[in-house]
Write a protein that binds this ligand. Structure first.
Ligand SMILES: Nc1ncnc2c1ncn2[C@@H]1O[C@H](COP(=O)(O)OS(=O)(=O)O)[C@@H](OP(=O)(O)O)[C@H]1O
Length: 585
């Protein structure tokens, strides 16, 4: 017989003798307990049989564990290994004497000793048991080689112990996560820097040397992607990064510090993309329409902030939504967010802009024609040039509001993102607008620019949206009631098409960033007829929706409209303090 077998046999005989020792008092015990002892004996025999077959070295511990399990199955017992030891010690002196005699040669005491020996002196008692200690529970039980049994003897201490372990684990993962995020940011920054290599031709070495030349640098004047660490309290960095390494400052989403507020079809997209060539500029991907759409504005600034791109400290985030310019509630809302925000307004010769607008609207098969304007037309020359000349910006704006609200009801055809007069004011006006039958999109699309812009009696349809948006002074007036003139830069969109660098230089100065976007960032694309952007990893033109071919417009109508706008343009020049030299016929 092997030692294991002997141990298994002695363990079972110990148990049976232990149960026999108490059999003398069976008659006094309740029937339930007697049954329980019988059940114990049966199980022990089964276990012995099982151990015999398994021939496992750890069978003695298995028996011990089985014994504990049996007690746990007792309806009145809640056994624990330590309780087991105590129970062993709580037998009557007679029983103890009997047991003592037997235990000297049997495994009851050795089992107890084994249990004591195997118990780690921790709040957690850990037993490593062979699989034979477990009664098979399912098919998988046979695959289990060993069982780890953890018993908690001091629950409070164990909870503290586990809590400390969990916190340590959390902190470890936090540091690892932080480090991983920084590595990703660093990789992105390197990629970005690579993309902008022309703009950032002053390399990291130059940055380091300029830093060395100026020991108290304004970080805003260093390239943002690679900055030597100044000091640990100036720039936060992950714990795992040695401070001597090149440091990638943390990015976060920031509310815009500058806005391109319009004007629609004047080159707002081109302007944003060109500015984005500058390493200090980050741009919001699409038009967010936060300030002009109530459904967005009511979501709050945090919603808006989350729409912004990640940016490094020192970078300027810019968003563009051209409809901000013509939406009445926007200036006040923008000021509520940031009273010192920088505003970029790009304008273009008003008639060309109107034709561009018409081209886009037509391409969406829905141009706007306004009931107010139709009524004006049928009323004759009442809304003609003479009447317009006496209009103040605010009264003219009220008329345009009513017109725009109807324009909205039509869906304007410019796509939701370009709805110029979304918002409460427009809806209020819509409720009071007369319900003239709405022309179908097909009917609208079939109309020429001339038909839409000039009434049959020869007067200008000044409420026609492409024209009303070109009345820049009307809209700008509201902005300048809220913001000082110095906070707004007027960009000449016609010049941006012809000579982007000169306009960008002005904008860089206005934004307080170094002159970085240069002629090498552009090339003229003959096919497109516009400047396209040049990166070191490829060239990119704006989409085909930018730079559409305009339809031919009767020169007489163009001349008529230019005369019409001459007065408005003068007012605009006065407001901005600059003559943009737009033709007057
Ligand atoms: N480099 C370059 N490439 C292409 N297009 C250029 C460029 N610079 C300015 N533009 C002019 O941008 C006009 C479109 O203006 P927007 O981007 O403001 O349009 S929109 O309001 O966002 O729909 C667009 O108007 P259209 O020519 O009428 O299509 C262009 O004239």
């Amino acid at each position: 017989m092997t030692a294991a077998k002997r141990r298994a046999a002695s363990g079972s005989s110990s148990s049976s003798s232990s149960s026999n020792s108490s059999s003398g008092s069976n008659e006094q015990q309740p029937l339930q307990q007697q049954q329980h002892h019988q059940h114990q004996q049966q199980q022990q025999q089964q276990l012995q049989h099982q151990q015999h077959h398994h021939h496992h070295d750890g069978s003695q511990q298995a028996h011990e564990y089985q014994h504990l399990l049996q007690h746990q199955h007792h309806p009145h017992s809640n056994y624990h290994p330590q309780q087991y030891h105590q129970r062993q010690q709580q037998h009557t002196p007679q029983q103890q004497q009997q047991q003592h005699h037997q235990a000297s040669s049997t495994t009851t005491s050795s089992t107890t000793a084994t249990l004591r020996d195997c118990s780690v002196k921790l709040p957690l008692d850990i037993l490593w048991l062979p699989k034979s200690a477990m009664r098979p529970v399912g098919a998988d039980a046979s695959h289990t080689d060993c069982i780890l049994v953890v018993g908690v003897s001091r629950p409070k201490l164990a909870v503290v112990f586990l809590t400390v372990m969990l916190i340590s684990l959390f902190l470890t993962f936090h540091v690892l996560y932080d480090s991983a995020v920084y590595n990703i940011q660093a990789a992105q920054a390197v990629h970005e820097r690579h993309r902008l290599s022309l703009a950032v031709s002053a390399s990291a070495a130059a940055a380091a040397s300029s830093f060395a030349a100026n020991p108290n640098p304004n970080l805003n004047h260093l390239p943002v992607f690679v900055k030597p660490v100044v000091s640990s309290n100036q720039l936060s960095h992950p714990m795992v990064f040695p401070s001597s390494r090149v440091h990638f400052p943390k990015t976060s989403r920031r509310l815009p510090q500058a806005l391109i507020i319009g004007v629609r079809k004047c080159g707002t997209r081109a302007l944003l993309e060109m500015l984005y060539l500058h390493p200090r500029i980050q741009k919001a991907g699409g038009e967010v329409h936060f300030f002009d759409r109530d459904e967005n504005y009511l979501k709050g600034l945090e919603w808006y902030r989350k729409k912004m791109p990640h940016s490094f400290r020192g970078q300027i985030t810019i968003e563009k939504s051209p409809s901000y310019f013509v939406s009445p509630e926007v200036p006040e809302r923008v000021r509520a967010m940031n009273a010192s925000i920088k505003l970029l307004l790009i304008v273009r010769e008003p008639v060309t802009r109107a034709i561009s607008d018409y081209t886009q609207l037509r391409s969406h098969a829905a141009t706007a024609i306004l009931p107010l304007a139709e009524q004006s037309a049928s009323a004759g020359a009442g809304s003609g040039y003479g009447a317009r000349m006496s209009s103040t910006p605010s009264t003219l704006y009220a008329k345009l509001q009513a017109a725009h609200s109807y324009d909205n009801a039509l869906g304007s055809g410019a796509g939701a993102k370009e709805t110029a007069m979304a918002g409460m004011g427009a809806r209020r006006a819509a409720a009071t607008t007369t319900t003239t039958p709405t022309p179908s999109a097909a009917q609208l699309a079939a109309k020429s620019f001339e038909e839409l812009a000039i009434f049959p009696n020869g007067t200008v349809n000044e409420a026609y949206r492409p024209l009303s948006i070109s009345m820049y002074h009307v809209h700008l007036h509201r902005w300048l009631e809220v913001f000082p003139r110095e906070q707004l830069l007027v960009v000449n969109g016609d010049r941006l098409i012809e000579d982007p660098v000169s306009q960008l230089k002005r904008i860089e100065a206005f934004l307080g960033i170094e002159h970085r976007v240069r002629s090498e960032h552009f090339y003229f694309n003959e096919t497109k007829g516009f400047y396209c952007l040049r990166y070191d990893n490829g060239d990119r033109c704006l989409r085909e929706t930018k730079g559409r071919k305009h339809p031919h417009v009767d020169p007489v109508v163009v001349s008529r409209l230019r005369k019409f706008f001459a007065e408005y343009n003068q007012r605009f020049y006065e407001l901005v303090g600059e003559d943009l030299g737009w033709p007057e016929e």
